[in-house]
Design a protein around this ligand. Sequence first.
Ligand code: ATP
Length: 284
Amino acid sequence: MEEVVIEAYGKINLALDVLYPRDDGYHEIDTIMQQIDLKDTLILRNIDEDKVIIESNCKDIPLDETNLVYKAWEKIVKEANLKRGIHITIHKNIPVAAGLAGGSTNAAAVLKGLNILWDLNLSQKRLMEIGMEIGADVPFCILGGTAHAKGIGEKLTRIKSFSNKLILLANIGKEVSTADVYDRLDLQNRQDRIPIDKLVEYIEEDMVIELSQNIANVMESVVIEDYPVIAEIKEHMMRHGALGSLMSGSGPTVFGIFDDEEKLLRCKEFLERKVEKVFLAKTI
Ligand code: ATP
């Protein structure tokens, strides 16, 4: 086999709570992650030289060793004790630094893709362990579907899939630094925890309305301080008939859950006049 084409799906957080900072510098989180069909496409092609060449249609991502796909290649050649290069084309649709795991899903795609292209026979579990060394969201991007994540995001429990739900995504075209949002969270004076276990139950029971009405993200208020337009987008989504609306991850992308395609399309048309990027998606 000379090349392999891999789809790299994005994610939204149906709920995101940050519990406390850990001694290792990471934060302990409690979150529900949901894969969506907004995707990048990666083509991995064998080359003769022992190096990585990265190409992309997107000007906002690095093409050097700081790209997460480069790190994925590095981890795989180390794991399999190989000296082998690769040409990686990243066709990017997922907005960058947007709370949709764009970089992590590309790294996951390269781990999975090289495993196939080079016949390595690494298990999904091993790929997820390797992925963890690249970034906290990478194991989920390998697992996919719907999952309850704890730890720094690596302790994953698959839950009944919340698939085929209509999602509208609105992105204001600003990059948000996840590290900066963590720094600004006021975890000392938290009143309530987000009832993640209850939300997991709603998913398991397919109680879409109850779930949508209770989705919550502890990072949202911090990012709204910088970009009040996020609160406005949420209001627009709700006024147009979304069952619920929330900022995903560390933002700034906002998503709405709809059960009516007409309402969703009207909302899309409305938001396209106000917001830089608007996407339709479905949960996987
Ligand atoms: P998460 O939801 O996992 O926090 P995110 O969607 O907020 O992630 P990314 O799109 O992963 O953020 O981008 C974060 C940073 O990673 C950006 O500054 C970007 O330049 C860098 N990066 C490195 N490689 C990639 C890649 N292949 N795709 C996107 N971003 C990448």
